[in-house]
Structure formats: C-alpha cells, structure tokens
Design a protein around this ligand. Sequence first.
Ligand code: PRP
Length: 213
Amino acid sequence: MRYLTVALTKGRLAGQTLALFEKIGITAEGADDMKTRKLIFANPELGIRFFMAKGPDVPTYVAYGAADIGIVGRDVILEEGRKIYEVLDLGYGSCRMCICGPESAREALSSGDMIRVATKYPNIAKDYFLNRKHQTVEIIKLNGSIELAPIVGLSEVICDIVETGSTLKENGLGVLEEVCPLSARVVVNQVSMKMESERINSLITRLKEALNE
Ligand code: PRP
C-alpha cells in the first residue's frame, strides 16, 4: 500500500494534531517525542506517515504532492495562496488576524492616509487594504516581533496574529481592526483528493467525528 503522507506544522499545532490522530487510532512511533530531531515518522501497518515542517512550507509540500495532506494555520494558507483544497476546520489554534497599533494611529487608518503597515503576512495585508478597504498603504515585511514596528517608528500599524492579546497589551498597543478569524485547517493535494479519495475521505470523516466527541 502506498503511504499516505501528512505534513504537520512543527510545534504546538503538531502536538495537538498527533493527539487528535491518536484518538482515531492512528499513531506513529516517536512522533510525540518533542525532543527528537527526527523529521519523519511512519506507521507501516496503517500505511501512513507524518513529517514535521515549518508552517509556510506545509502548503508547498501539499501543492507539489510531496504530502497528500497538510495541517496548517489559515493564516499560512491565505498568505501562501497555493492551489490546494481546504477540507476541514480543526477549531484549535484559534486566533485572529488584526490591524493593530497605538490608539493614536486609528485616525490615519480611517482617513485613508498613506500609512506604513509592518507584517509577517504581506499578501494578507495587501489584500485587506487594497481589495477590502481600497486604501493604498506601504507594506513592510518583517519576520517576527512585529509589535516592535509601531513602537520604534518603523510603521504606523501592524497586521499580525492576536491570540490572548497580551503581547499587544504589554507593549501599549491594541486591536484597531479585525481582518479575519484563524484556526488550524486540514488541506489536501488536488490530485491526491481524486486518486486517494476513499482513504482521505474516511480519514476526514473520522477526524471530524473525533472533534465532535
Ligand atoms: C505571535 C504573534 C504575536 C503573538 C500574539 O507571535 O505574531 O506577536 O504571537 O499572541 P498573544 O495575543 O497571545 O500575545 P509569535 O509568538 O508566534 O512569535 P513572533 O513574534 O516571532 O512572530
């Protein structure tokens, strides 16, 4: 039997997903060992294997068919814009994509002024300002600790993920606008969906049932 390959997002999402697969009787030896440097884990009896990748790489592996299935945040799916099927909302990893900044930036944001937006998600930010708000902005790509940007004067606002809101609060910033809700999703390669439809659909159904338990 051909292996069904599942790409997991390294970190907390992988842990929660492996726990969900365990609920439906699918495990892979060594996968839950958080200290291991191993990247791929197989269950030969069930013909399924898991590998760990950086979030933004998961849609890439799935789009090229190197993984049949991927588990990744909706933020990454939207940002990467790959041709893949999104088939299930897992509910966990839930947070919001927001435009944030100091209260003083609220006016510039609504007046349509040319402002600078720092973000790890340039495509999401571009789409939001151009297509939804019809506002021309300058997007500045950063790779982390985005909250720094308005504090040190790199940008007026940021487009970033808000989960508990504590990073914003601790840095004197707040949510100014909400872009969209986010959570972990199951994505599937378009060819795999046809060629392996039986195995993939049965897996999705079982995952859905386990989520509702
Ligand atoms: C994310 C995000 C925020 C923070 C939000 O950053 O970019 O900074 O978490 O979480 P909160 O609302 O619960 O405070 P992450 O920790 O992933 O690291 P990064 O700064 O390197 O992007």
